[in-house]
Structures are given as structure tokens and as C-alpha cells.
Write a protein that binds this ligand. Structure first.
Ligand code: LLP
Length: 412
């Protein structure tokens, strides 16, 4: 058992993480393509009871090779910016497979997305009005509804409550209908996304019920989009969303609703974390072990610039000393090299750490590289995708020249 677990931690598709670190250097993001495919299949199986379309929320991890992997598995995409749309197209997506769900962008960007041919999902009345004026019934549009549900792993990622900036409150739907009638618009989808890290099937059902209640007011629907937000395990003993149960219950309720609606609709989902979080590992190297009378620090060649989740959300990422030799474990604070208190992992029991040891941060697939920055003028790491048993470089490490690339240097 211990051996199996150890292999799971230390290897990706039979390749040793320490060898990958040696070949490509650290810091390094490593993704397991097989794990992504497994997660896709879990979702497909869970929701097999209805005509389901999965739209991967690309903000979680936007590397074009990852997008190509998604496409190879028959997965569509959800984009939140014009740049994400263009990256998806670069990966070979047809615009018609791209759902564009922006928030607070200008109308020019929405127009550009329409011109590119993406599907559009709007979440406020002023943009809906502009959309109607510009396109009338020529371009269908979906509506993001605020379900008035407080749910999610922490307040920053709970976005379905009534004080959230996202979605149109149900109390404003009469105005939506007025605008749609005024311009002869076609509302082809309803959308809800309640938050991230949601465990309970009940929350997804509540969100679904809000849409089922409002949907009869919209006769031209083709799909109902239940968003993403499925919880995955960050700690070893964390529960994750029971996809079989959520799938079974949501598809049953959905099919029942479709009977009363009059025709079969498509059920859409927009998972980010669920598909890529567990597939990713951030490998870092120990620069210094600093033992004070109070505490033992492990200082690594990375920091909040590469993994901001612990600082931003108090998120927990499991850490393993994959170079560890001793069976005995000691408590450490793993900290970054940034000139701020970037504690990546506090009070963790690790196999004794020595300078040069490689540490692995788990769950670094989602919202890790995609939220990385150049703070402290540090460079963003390389990314590697293990696909069909081979480790492939899918992004080079940044170079010093990248820091200067867009600077216009005055002659002072
Ligand atoms: N759909 C919409 C409209 C969203 O805003 C999001 C995430 C998703 C789908 C995908 O949610 P997921 O399945 O990944 O939970 N950076 C945070 C998470 C922010 C999520 C933002 N929106 C984190 O690292 O926890």
C-alpha cells in the first residue's frame, strides 16, 4: 500500500518526478495528461443521463497544448476574455465551440467576440441592451443568472450570492424579457455559476432549480449551463464532489424539466478545477534550510509569484519532499523567495529537508500557472505535459529579455 501511494506521489505515468526536475530544471509545472482524461471521463460518465456538453473553463490552465488535449477529448471551452477566445482558436477550436462568459468588459470586446464567431453569455442589462441594438435577432445570446446562493470554498470564490458582481438577479428578468422583445432577440441559453470548491449535490440542484423556474419565460432555449465549481481534494482526506451522485440527480431533474419545457435541451457544464487541478504538480528546489530557535524554514526557488493560492485564499496545497531519504518527518514552514511573507505551506511534516532537495506541491494544475506573475521581477517557470508516457516541454521558462520586452526606455 505504502509503495503504491509512494509511486503515485513520486511518479507521473511511470516517470520519476525527480528525473523530470533534473531534465527541465526547477521551478517547473508538470501536468499529467492521463489524469486530465480520467477526470473528463468521470464527468462524462456522471452526466451520461442527459445530452451533456462539457465546456472546460480555460482560465484554470490556458496552455495551448492543454487546450489541444481537451479538444482531442471532445471537450468544448468556456472563455472569459477575448485573449482566451484567441488562445482556444489557436488550439484549433471552432468559434462555435467557444462560450464567451465575460464580466464587466466593454462592448467593443463583446463585438469582437461576435465577429470571431464565439457564443455569447451576458450578465448585465446595459450590455444586453447594446447587444440588442447591434444585432437584434441575428446573433443569439445566453443570459447568466444570479441564483442568490451563497456557496463556495471561501468568500472570494463564492459568486452566486446577491451582492456578487456576477449574473443578473432574477428580479431583473422582466427587464431582460422587455429588452429581448424590443429588439427581437433570441435568448438561446440560461447560465448559472455559483462558486468554486462546492461539495454538495444539493447546491448544484438549488442552482438548477432556479434556472428551471425561470426557463419557461424563455421559449428559444437550446441549452442550460450549470457552470463549474466541483470540489476536488486538496488535503489527503478531503472529500470531493460525488460526481456520480451530482450527475445522476442533476440529469434526472433536468430531463424531468425538459419534458415540461416542451423540447429536449442540452445540459452544459463548465468545470475548471475538476479537470486540471489534481493533474498538476509544481516542483521547486530548496535554496536554504533556516532553523531558528522558534521554527524551521525551508526556503525554495519559487513563491507567491508562481503559486498565489495559499496567500490569496489561504489555500492548502500538499507538499512532499520527493528527494527525502529519511523515514522520520519534521515540521517545517515552506516559504518562497519573494520579499513578502509568502508562506506556501505552514507547519508541515516533511521528510528531513536538505539544501537542493526537490519539493512537490500537489494540485498545481488549476489557477496556479494561470495566476502566476513577474512580481519581484522573477521569471515564470516552464511547463511540462506528460502525455503518452513522455515528458514534453509545453512552455519554455521566461528569460530576462521577457522582462524588458515591452518596456519603452526613456533617454533620461
Ligand atoms: N464558470 C464560470 C463562469 C467561472 O467563473 C468559473 C470560475 C468556472 C466556470 C470554473 O470554476 P471551477 O470549476 O474551476 O471551480 N482562482 C480560484 C477559483 C476562481 C474561479 C473563478 N471562476 C481558485 O484558485 O480557487
Amino acid at each position: 500500500m505504502f509503495e503504491v501511494k509512494r509511486k503515485e506521489i513520486m511518479q507521473v505515468q511511470g516517470l520519476e518526478l525527480t528525473d523530470i526536475a533534473e531534465e527541465f530544471g526547477t521551478p517547473l509545472f508538470v501536468y499529467d495528461g492521463e489524469k486530465i482524461v480520467q477526470q473528463i471521463n468521470k464527468l462524462k460518465n456522471g452526466f451520461s443521463g442527459a445530452p451533456t456538453r462539457i465546456k472546460y473553463a480555460v482560465k484554470a490552465l490556458t496552455n495551448v497544448s492543454i487546450l489541444k488535449l481537451m479538444k482531442s477529448q471532445g471537450i468544448g471551452v468556456d472563455a472569459v476574455s477575448i485573449e482566451e477566445i484567441k488562445l482556444c482558436m489557436h488550439a484549433g477550436y471552432e468559434p462555435s465551440e467557444i462560450m464567451y462568459t465575460p464580466n464587466c468588459v466593454g462592448f467593443d470586446e463583446i463585438k469582437e467576440a461576435v465577429e470571431l464567431g464565439a457564443m455569447i453569455n451576458l450578465d448585465n442589462l446595459p450590455m444586453l441592451e447594446k447587444f440588442g441594438q447591434a444585432y437584434g435577432g441575428k446573433v443569439p445570446v445566453a443570459i447568466r443568472i444570479n441564483p442568490r446562493i451563497m456557496a463556495g470554498g471561501n468568500s472570494k470564490i463564492s459568486v452566486g450570492h446577491i451582492h456578487s458582481k456576477f449574473g443578473i438577479p432574477t428580479s431583473q428578468l422582466p427587464e431582460v424579457i422587455q429588452i429581448a422583445e424590443k429588439y427581437g432577440m433570441v435568448i438561446n441559453g440560461l447560465h448559472v455559476h455559483t462558486g468554486s470548491d462546492i461539495l454538495d449535490a444539493e447546491v448544484f440542484l438549488r442552482g438548477a432549480n432556479v434556472l428551471f423556474q425561470e426557463a419557461p419565460k424563455f421559449p428559444d432555449l437550446k441549452f442550460i449551463d450549470f457552470g463549474g465549481g466541483f470540489k476536488i481534494a486538496y488535503r489527503e482526506d478531503d472529500p470531493s464532489t460525488d460526481m456520480e451522485r451530482v450527475g445522476r440527480e442533476v440529469t434526472a431533474a433536468f430531463n424531468e424539466f425538459c419534458k415540461s419545457y416542451g423540447h429536449q435541451l442540452e445540459l452544459w457544464l463548465e468545470p475548471g478545477k475538476f479537470l486540471v487541478s489534481e493533474a498538476g504538480t509544481l516542483l521547486v528546489e530548496t535554496n536554504v534550510v533556516k532553523e531558528t530557535p522558534e521554527i524551521a524554514f525551508v526556503g525554495v526557488n519559487s513563491g507567491l509569484n508562481h503559486l498565489i493560492r495559499p496567500m490569496f485564499y489561504d489555500a492548502y496545497h500538499e507538499v512532499i519532499n520527493i528527494s527525502g531519504q529519511s523515514k522520520e518527518k519534521k515540521p517545517y514552514n515552506v516559504v518562497g523567495y519573494i520579499c513578502e511573507t509568502d508562506t506556501l505551506a505552514a507547519d508541515r511534516k516533511l521528510e528531513e529537508v536538505k539544501e537542493g532537495d526537490i519539493l512537490a506541491f500537489k494540485n498545481a494544475g488549476a489557477y496556479s500557472f494561470s495566476m502566476a506573475s513577474n512580481y519581484n521581477s522573477r521569471l515564470r517557470p516552464a511547463e511540462v505535459l506528460v502525455w503518452k508516457g513522455k515528458a514534453n516541454l509545453i512552455r519554455k521558462k521566461e528569460e530576462f529579455a521577457d522582462l524588458l520586452k515591452n518596456q519603452v526606455i526613456l533617454d533620461i
